[in-house]
Design a protein around this ligand. Sequence first.
Ligand code: NAD
Ligand code: TYD
Length: 335
Amino acid sequence: MKILVTGGAGFIGSNFIKYVLREYQDIEIKNLDLLTYAGNLKNLIEIQNDPRYEFVKGDINNFDLVDSSLKECQSIINFAAESHVDRSIENPNIFITTNVLGTQTLLNCAMKNSIERYIQISTDEVYGSIEGKGLFTESTILSPSSPYSASKAAADLLTLSYHKTFNLPAIVTRCSNNYGPNQFPEKLMPLMILNIIKDKKIPIYGDGLHVRDWIHVEDHCSAIMNILLKGRVGNVYNIGANNEFKNLELAKLILKIMNKSENLIDFVPDRPGHDRRYAIDSSKIKNELKWKPKIPFIEGLNQTIKWYQNNQDWINEIISGEYKEYYERRYKTKI
Ligand code: NAD
Ligand code: TYD
């Protein structure tokens, strides 16, 4: 089988490509990525010369390029997206272009090429915030809060409509917050680790009591492969590992592991529309596909911290480019 992976130079897509080439000897991958600020071919150095891997630079909105890239591919897994909530608050437009219109182009190309499986990688953020002790199930009403999550919800609905209307064999996955190596440092976990390494303050939005449900990126990748191979078309599958932490709790835990003072915590103004809590029920994928997460949170967190401590070149290259401007604009302090 040959898979067209879109957005494979980003955090989850690159981890997915490395995971699949390692675990499945009979699968080939073509990676179509525009290499936006978040795309980085250094994430793929280990496999760049693998004969089962090919890279194509380009936009998922480019119909002809996607169409020609699909030749010989049986499946599409769409990771390509603008993925950061804070950037969607700064400038929502690109989120609609990439996440909604780009998905539609992929769906149209999938139809034209009679693709056997189309997997839309989505997020639990489409459900909005869940207070108290409840969990998101696949039938929880969609109630996105940010332009990012609204654009992802729109793409989910478009994908499911192509299944209902045109019989496209499509599936939507909704995963909780991922952590692990190669995550772009605008996201909370790497941002905290990198700032702590440099003894810099870590910005915590609002009161820090917002809850996120964490999963190691490799567990997300194994879930996606299960869904690709065994999932039912026209379905949505939630993916999560039941690791709920308040942001403040997580900050204190990372500071403790890294042996640094809690004085580094800096409460900063809250994010507009900030969802209070995400918590995912993944019993459907567990019961139906017999998938389960394997990486215990503390073990994954320790490995992740070590990865950032040991990959200073990767970090220095990112923080010297576009990200430096973004960080200084966003946090009004030098990186
Ligand atoms: P990322 O921002 O690290 O990577 C996105 C990738 O998409 C980059 O390589 C970028 O170059 C590429 N890209 C952007 N626009 C493109 C375009 N027009 N054409 C081709 N490529 C383009 O994102 P990520 O964290 O790896 O997330 C991947 C997917 O998983 C996204 O769809 C996101 O919504 C979803 N998701 C992420 C998380 C998370 O915690 N990071 C959780 C659940 C779901
Ligand atoms: P983020 O990594 O942006 O993921 P998402 O918003 O998609 O869940 O943020 C995770 C949580 O951390 C979220 O509650 C917002 C919060 N946060 C901070 O407190 N400070 C920060 O500097 C960032 C980037 C996020």
